[in-house]
Design a protein around this ligand. Structure first.
Ligand SMILES: Nc1nc2c(ncn2[C@@H]2O[C@H](COP(=O)(O)OP(=O)(O)OP(=O)(O)O)[C@@H](O)[C@H]2O)c(=O)[nH]1
Ligand SMILES: [Mg+2]
Ligand SMILES: [Zn+2]
Length: 368
């Protein structure tokens, strides 16, 4: 029997987490949770309209692509995907837009038109601030369990600062994080090898794959199966290639390395959802060079930096930033300078974001 990722989550006994709830809209005065405005929904969709459970597999500004009754389908084909409009009352009720992985209800009105009318609370949300609107949450995917940070052993060079940033975002969004190192057929540069060894040493699960020698693909496939993962990473690291190697029947455009520049082309422009033959799903995302922090608190830094956190527990001050404070255990310990500077960069950014007035005009980074 096929187990969809919904069944899978139930089996794991994970309950929706209030922090990621799309509908956790608080009434400003009373502080009580406010339900979505049903009257608004009924202005277009009557009580008698047929309703379906649906899974969002693609998100556009005013529409979403969905698969209706996903639990009843062992595999998705292109014909299963339908475009539905997001009801304005739902847009108004949500704190952030619907994204891939969201579980919604769709209503069919008399004309046959499909409307997204409500959304289930999210179990997790990998998010960043919206472009140009940093007080608005922009999730990249909802309800995933694992964030796979994809890096190449060489080309493009591995960026530990970006890896740490993804790990912090995963912790804040309620996802477990892992590393997937691609292009294992290549020798790999020394820095990348050093960092991969380092991350494994602090307990991060590191997978290695090659689409050329097929190394590690079986292990990766087994790890993806029956679970719900999201792949993120810089452009050209090989995210889509891994997905294609695991799902050989799925047609995905993969860019050729340009002989002139040696750089892979940007090939993935939209986030794509793939159901796995063994059950579960994987989401492929466009390459990211940066990731702003959303909803990140200091405890999430400890999750992403267990090495700094455990040594830091011995600092004289609980809020030690490991710079020039007296009695700093981190500076006395053998934490690498590059590791510490990555911690400090994220730590400073979190402190800045947690400061009152952040993002407001006249606030710490507010524009006039
Ligand atoms: N040698 C080698 N090259 C690989 C491997 N995996 C991917 N590549 C190459 O790396 C380039 C980029 O691969 P993609 O899968 O498009 O990378 P991506 O991470 O999806 O990139 P974006 O969609 O731009 O984010 C392509 O030219 C692939 O052929 C691998 O295991 N070994
Ligand atoms: Mg891609
Ligand atoms: Zn310290």
């Amino acid at each position: 029997m096929n187990t969809g990722d919904g069944d899978e989550r139930e089996r794991r006994g994970k309950r929706p987490d209030k922090r990621f709830d799309t509908l956790d809209v608080r009434d400003k005065r009373s502080g009580r949770a406010r339900p979505p405005p049903r009257r608004g929904v009924e202005s277009i969709v009557g009580e008698e309209a047929e309703r379906f459970d649906a899974l969002v597999v693609g998100a556009l500004p005013a529409h979403v692509e969905v698969v209706l009754n996903p639990e009843k389908r062992p595999a998705f084909t292109r014909e299963d995907v339908q475009v539905v409009r997001v009801h304005p009352a739902l847009v108004a009720a949500l704190q952030s837009p619907l994204v891939v992985g969201d579980r919604i209800q769709v209503a069919k009105v008399a004309s046959g038109q499909l409307w997204a009318v409500s959304c289930e609370p999210r179990r997790s949300a990998l998010s960043r601030p919206a472009v140009e609107r940093e007080r608005q949450q922009q999730p990249l995917a909802a309800n995933a369990r694992v964030l796979w940070v994809v890096v190449a052993v060489e080309n493009p060079p591995l960026r530990p600062g970006l890896i740490d940033r993804f790990f912090v975002a995963a912790a804040a969004g309620g996802l477990e994080f892992r590393l997937l190192a691609t292009k294992a057929d290549l020798p790999g540069d020394e820095e990348s090898r050093r960092w991969l060894t380092f991350y494994a040493s602090i307990g991060v699960k590191v997978f290695r794959t090659s689409i050329v020698t097929q190394e590690g693909l079986g292990d990766a496939r087994a790890a993806f199966a029956g679970d719900f993962g999201v792949l993120v990473g810089q452009s050209g690291v090989g995210k889509s290639s891994v997905v294609r190697a695991i799902l050989p029947e799925e047609p995905i455009a993969v860019g050729e390395v340009s002989a002139a520049t040696g750089k892979g082309r940007h090939t993935t422009t939209v986030t794509r959802y793939y159901r796995l033959p063994e059950g579960g799903a994987v989401v492929d995302t466009p390459g990211l060079r940066e990731l702003g922090l959303w909803g990140v608190e200091r405890e999430h830094l400890d999750v992403a930096f267990p090495d700094v956190a455990s040594v830091g527990a011995g600092c004289r001050f609980g809020n030690c930033r490991h710079r020039s404070e007296p009695g700093c255990a981190v500076r006395e310990a053998r934490i690498g300078a590059d590791r510490l500077s990555s911690w400090q960069k994220l730590s400073d950014e979190i402190d800045e974001r947690l400061r009152p007035g952040f993002g407001k005009p006249g606030g710490p980074t507010g524009r006039p």
